[in-house]
Ligand binder design. Structure first.
Ligand SMILES: Nc1ncnc2c1ncn2[C@@H]1O[C@H](COP(=O)(O)OP(=O)(O)OP(=O)(O)O)[C@@H](O)[C@H]1O
Ligand SMILES: [Mg+2]
Length: 269
C-alpha cells in the first residue's frame, strides 16, 4: 500500500524511537511510505533558546494561533528542516531504511500561498485589527511527479512542513495539511495521522468510524488541533484517498496496530 504518515510533535517527542521502528516495520512489509513530521513545540523551545519569544495571537473568531514572523521562520527552518528532519532520517537509516529528508521548499515539491493579512483581536483594546499574515502559507500545489520519482528511486521521503511561496519565499505550513495534500496528490491508499490521543473524542468517547459527511457536520464541536485534522481528513477522502486514520502514535508499533484495526478514528467514503 501507499501510506502517507504524519506524526505530530508531541507524539514524536514522547515516542520517537518506536515511531521510527514502526515506519521501518511498514517499509519492511513492502508498503511505500511518505513520512511527514510536525514539531511546533521543538521550534518553541529553540526559539526561546535563541531569544525569540513565540507570539501567540487570537484570531477574530477567537482561535489562538502562533504568529510566524521572519525571525521565527528562521527558527522553523533550522529546527524542522534541519535538526528534527535529520534526526528522523538518521534514525531511519540506522534501521536500514533508505531515507531522504526534504522540506516542501526542496525542488519546489510543495508550493503555498502566503496569507497576506490576518484579522486579530487586539489584546489591549479587544478591537479587531488587520496585521500582515507573517510567514505562514496554505498549500496550493504538490509536485506529485517529483515525489514519485524520488520514491521510485527507492527513497522513503521524510517531509518537514515548509513550502515554497509564490515569490520564492519559505513558508511555514501546517503538518496535517501538508500530509493531506501529499496523500491527495499521490492518490494514497491511506493517510495515517499519528497524534497524542487515540483519535477523535466526543463526550469522552472515541468516535471510531465516520463518513466524510458525518465528519464535516461534527467539525464545529471539535477543539483546536483535532478539528483541523478532521477537516483535512474529510478533504482527503473526498479527493480519493482510500481511508484516513487518526490514531495514537504513543504505542509500541503504532502503524502495525492501526493497520490491524486498533481503536482509532477512521474516515472513509
Ligand atoms: N474532540 C477532540 N478529540 C480529541 N482530541 C482533541 C479534541 N479536541 C481537541 N483535541 C486536541 O487535539 C490534540 C491533537 O492535535 P495537535 O495539533 O495538538 O497535535 P498534532 O497535530 O498531533 O501535533 P502537531 O500540531 O505538532 O503536528 C489533542 O492532543 C487534543 O488535546
Ligand atoms: Mg496539529
Amino acid at each position: 500500500m501507499l501510506l502517507v504518515v504524519k506524526a505530530g510533535g508531541r507524539a514524536l517527542e514522547a515516542n520517537l524511537e518506536r515511531i521510527l521502528d514502526s515506519v521501518a516495520w511498514a517499509v519492511g512489509q513492502g508498503h511505500r511510505v511518505v513520512f511527514v513530521h510536525g514539531g511546533g513545540d521543538l521550534v518553541t523551545e529553540y526559539s526561546r533558546r535563541m531569544g525569540v519569544e513565540p507570539r501567540i495571537m487570537v484570531s477574530a473568531s477567537g482561535v489562538r494561533f502562533r504568529y510566524t514572523d521572519e525571525k521565527e521562520l528562521e527558527v522553523f527552518v533550522m529546527v524542522l528542516a534541519g535538526l528534527l528532519n535529520k534526526r528522523i532520517v538518521a534514525g531511519l537509516e540506522r534501521r536500514g531504511v533508505k531515507a531522504l529528508g526534504v522540506s516542501g521548499v526542496d525542488g519546489g515539491l510543495l508550493r503555498a500561498r502566503r496569507k497576506k493579512q490576518v484579522i486579530i483581536r487586539d489584546p489591549e483594546t479587544g478591537r479587531k485589527r488587520l496585521i500582515p499574515g507573517g510567514y505562514t502559507g496554505r498549500i496550493t500545489s504538490v509536485d506529485a511527479e517529483g515525489i514519485r520519482r524520488l520514491m521510485d528511486a527507492g527513497y522513503t521521503l521524510v517531509f518537514a512542513p515548509l513550502a515554497l511561496g509564490e515569490e520564492g519565499e519559505m513558508l511555514n505550513v501546517d503538518g496535517d495539511q501538508a500530509a493531506a495534500e501529499i496523500a491527495k496528490a499521490l492518490g494514497a491508499d491511506k493517510l495515517i495521522l499519528l497524534t497524542d490521543v487515540e483519535g477523535l473524542l466526543l463526550d469522552g468517547r472515541l468516535v471510531e468510524r465516520l463518513t466524510p459527511g458525518e465528519a464535516r457536520a461534527l467539525v464545529e464541536k471539535i477543539g483546536p488541533g483535532m478539528n483541523r485534522k478532521v477537516l483535512m481528513a474529510v478533504e482527503a477522502v473526498e479527493a480519493g484517498v482510500g481511508e484516513v486514520v487518526i490514531g495514537s502514535g504513543l504505542g509500541e508499533n503504532p502503524l502495525k496496530a492501526l493497520l490491524e484495526g486498533a481503536p482509532a478514528t477512521r474516515i472513509a467514503g
